[in-house]
Each structure stands twice: as C-alpha cells, then as structure tokens.
Design a binder for this molecule. Structure first.
Ligand SMILES: [Zn+2]
Length: 282
C-alpha cells in the first residue's frame, strides 16, 4: 500500500498514510518555500517525493505536532539540513525525558536506517514555544496552539495548526478519522477535555493525524464528536474491566462492533486495553 498526496486547498497538501498510517502535511508559500508538518524517517522517501511533486523548492520549517516517533523521527534528517524544527515545550520535554528509548525501540525493525543516515538519533526541536506561536512565510500564516490539557492528552506535546489564509486546520493525533486511535500513550480524561473546544473551531478543511481528511466545518465537527464519543465509551469500559464487571474480550468485541465496526486498524483495540491494564508494551 502506498500513501496518497491530497491537495487540501490551493497551497496545502496532505500525505495520507496508507491504512491509517500517519499523515504529514505540506503548506507551500508563494515563493516556493514550505512548512512541513510531521515526518517519519521510515517514510522519508515519500515525504521527499511529495515535496518534489508539489513543487516545493525548499522546506523552511518543520513542525512537530507531538513527540511520537511516527511524527518526529525525521527531525534528524531535517536538522542536518539546518532547517528549524518548531514544537511545543511539552513536545520537546517529552522527547527529552522519554524519547531516547522509544526512538531505539522503533528503529529496531529497520536497522538499515542507521547505515543510510549515519549518526541517526533522537533530535529535539530547536524552536520551542509554550502556548501559541505563529509560523510565517510569504502568503502563509500558521497559528500553532498547544492543546495538551494539563500537559497530557493524546500525548504531552499535542499541537494544532491553523493555516489562516486558506482555512485549513491540522489537528495532529487529537483526531483520528475512520481508524481506531492509539490511546495507550494518552490521558483519556484530559484528551476529552482538549477535544471540547475543537467542536467550535472554524475551518474549511480538516487534516487528522491518521485517516482521511475532511472538507467542511459541519462534517469536521461530526468527526470530532465521533472521536469524543469513542474515547468516552472506551474509557468507561476500561473502568469496567478494571473493576471486574466486564471482561476484556467483551470490551474488545464492543469496540469493534456497532458504530466502530467500519473503523480500520482494529488490532489497536486490544493493544490499547493491554497497555492500560498492565502498563507494558504489546
Ligand atoms: Zn501520536
């Protein structure tokens, strides 16, 4: 399966990961420079190809929406090209505290990347902001906002971007569409709180961290609501498992049926439950 490049608006593009794999975004300025949002070193060829196909002359900034490997592991690659990497202090802090072990673990299945990129290592963002910041290029204004409620929602770094000129909202992993979310790094009650203001956010186009992009604010709102309902239901059921009132198998079945039956990456349900129950990796 290959990723697809979707033109979101006149100057914004999303690299949509296959089968719910991570999305990356490109916002192109009228001088050919671009802001790249998230990049995974394992998929760097796709990212480079997308930059070429969309006619970007150079990457002016890389933005990390949050600390997870699939969104930040190409930081090394772009830092070597002297490209500034923008992220929240929450994201930078999480990478500093826990990123090293995670980085090595994720690269274990692809050791050849160490040969291809000598010195490849966890690379922290170098343009860090606390609550909000703007990233500007000619014809492009991106408003970045840190939204990890109490420092931890989907992740500790959760940042959204709003491309003002073309009304595109990039939600990062606060939003998954059409696929089961990865919740086991998260704090679900805080994530629910972080989602509430997003029901009221304005945009014409919406890019989730994983899954298809959405056109129209009403449709976007419905997806944010679906995300909220999913997390609320899942969290309630985790408490039922913990208290012994329901079995794990019962909850897996519930989270894969009814409104959730069409969602991709259904294997995530059991992984999410296992991680919450044991605090170990699966
Ligand atoms: Zn994530």
């Amino acid at each position: 399966m290959e990723s697809t490049i979707r033109q979101i608006s006149k100057s914004a593009y999303a690299i949509i990961g296959p089968e719910g794999a991570t999305n990356f975004s490109i916002v192109k300025a009228n001088d050919g420079s671009a802001v790249l949002v998230d990049a995974d070193i394992r998929r760097i060829d796709e990212v480079e190809e997308a930059l070429r196909l969309t006619g970007c002359a150079r990457v002016a900034y890389l933005v990390d929406t949050h600390e997870h490997f699939d969104h930040t592991s190409a930081n090394f690659y772009f830092a070597q090209k002297q490209i500034p990497i923008v992220a929240s202090a929450g994201c930078a802090g999480a990478m500093r505290d826990d990123g090293g072990a995670d980085f090595e673990r994720m690269l274990k299945p692809v050791p050849e990347l160490y040969q291809r990129f000598p010195g490849l290592c966890l690379t922290l963002p170098d343009a860090v902001f606390d609550k909000t910041t703007d990233v500007k290029l000619p014809s492009v204004t991106l408003h970045l906002e840190y939204r990890a409620e109490n420092g931890h929602s989907h992740s500790k770094g959760d940042t959204t971007l709003y491309f003002e000129e073309e009304e595109v909202f990039i939600a990062g992993d606060l939003l998954y569409t059409e696929v089961h979310p990865v919740t086991f790094f998260g704090n679900i009650p805080n994530w629910l709180t972080a989602l509430k203001p997003l029901f009221q956010t304005h945009y014409k186009h919406l890019v989730p961290g994983h899954g298809p992009t959405i056109d129209g604010e009403q449709s976007g709102k419905a997806y944010f609501k679906k995300m909220y309902d999913y997390l609320e239901d899942f969290y309630g059921n985790l408490q039922e498992i913990k208290s012994g009132r329901k079995s794990k198998e019962e909850i897996i079945k519930h989270m894969q049926s009814g409104p959730y039956a069409p969602l991709g990456k259904s294997r995530m349900v059991e992984r999410n439950i296992n991680q919450f129950m044991t605090g170990k990796w699966y």
